[in-house]
Design a protein around this ligand. Structure first.
Ligand code: PEP
Length: 255
């Protein structure tokens, strides 16, 4: 049985003090626990330490994620962050391959694959994003495109504990646009991802890997996605920037 996950991607929002305030607000909202739902927040890199301290001091019911990582251990890579640095600061998860990074920073599947391997070597759970553009969807090639991303992103990964690798299906045309995919659209692709995972890792591992939906998920539409067989939670952008709306989404997943 896969445990649901609700992950908040704060993107490039929140100064240090704002991030601490949001994390404290969320800790209070979720003070009664999150049942059998894993909750994760991904603040900007400079805010990670502040949010880690809130989690520790308030015994908060959520885990800490970075939004990006570099695959080398150390060295002359100005501006980058190594996996051991994330580990040292208390990050247990890291988003990789977000479409904004693929698009604006030209990240490739090969790089995303190296990032996953580097994170897993440090026991950090990758939340590996995939998803198609509107053009690809309109051409009817979305399933084929996403399955190809999955094959490249997981190439050579050794997964023994499937709870330690997470996929987020995020159709690019639905991110930050207010346009959501329907729950059936999400299931079509998440189901195809699961079938690809069976081919790659075998049934048992594939059955344990969580596949999240992301793209304008909000308190009023999340329940429909979660009803679908292969949708195990959500990666949330905009609606994760307010403690009450994000907590509402967590509560929907607990129901
Ligand atoms: C995201 O960027 O991961 C995302 C899902 O954003 P939004 O919820 O704002 O569409």
């Amino acid at each position: 049985m896969r445990k649901r996950m609700i992950a908040g991607n704060w993107k490039m929002n929140k100064t240090f003090s704002e991030a601490v305030e949001l994390a404290s607000g969320l800790a209070k909202e979720l003070a009664d626990g999150t049942g059998d739902v894993d909750v994760v927040v991904a603040p900007p890199a400079v805010d990670l330490k502040g949010v880690a301290e809130v989690i520790e001091q308030e015994q908060a019911a959520f885990a800490l994620s970075a939004q990006n990582v570099y695959w080398e251990e150390s060295g002359a890579y100005t501006g980058e962050t190594a996996p051991n640095m994330l580990e040292a600061i208390g990050a247990t998860h890291c988003i990789i391959g977000h479409s904004e990074r693929r698009d604006y920073f030209h990240e490739t599947d090969e790089e995303i694959n190296k990032k996953a391997k580097a994170l897993m070597a440090h026991g950090i759970v990758p939340i590996s994003c995939c998803g198609e553009s509107l053009e690809i969807r309109e051409a009817g090639k979305h399933v084929e495109f996403v399955v190809d991303q999955i094959k490249k992103d997981t190439e050579g990964l050794e997964i023994t504990d499937p709870s330690k690798y997470v996929i987020a299906y995020e159709p690019i045309w639905a991110i930050g646009t207010g346009k959501t995919a329907t729950a059936d659209d999400a299931q079509e692709v998440c189901g195809a991802i699961r079938a690809a995972l069976v081919e790659i890792f075998g049934q048992e591992i594939a059955d344990g890997i969580r596949v999240l939906y992301g793209g304008s998920a909000k308190p009023d539409n999340i329940a429909g996605f979660l009803e679908k067989e292969d949708v195990d939670g959500a990666l949330v952008g905009g609606a994760s920037l307010k403690a009450d709306s994000f907590a509402d989404m967590v509560r929907s997943a607990m129901a």
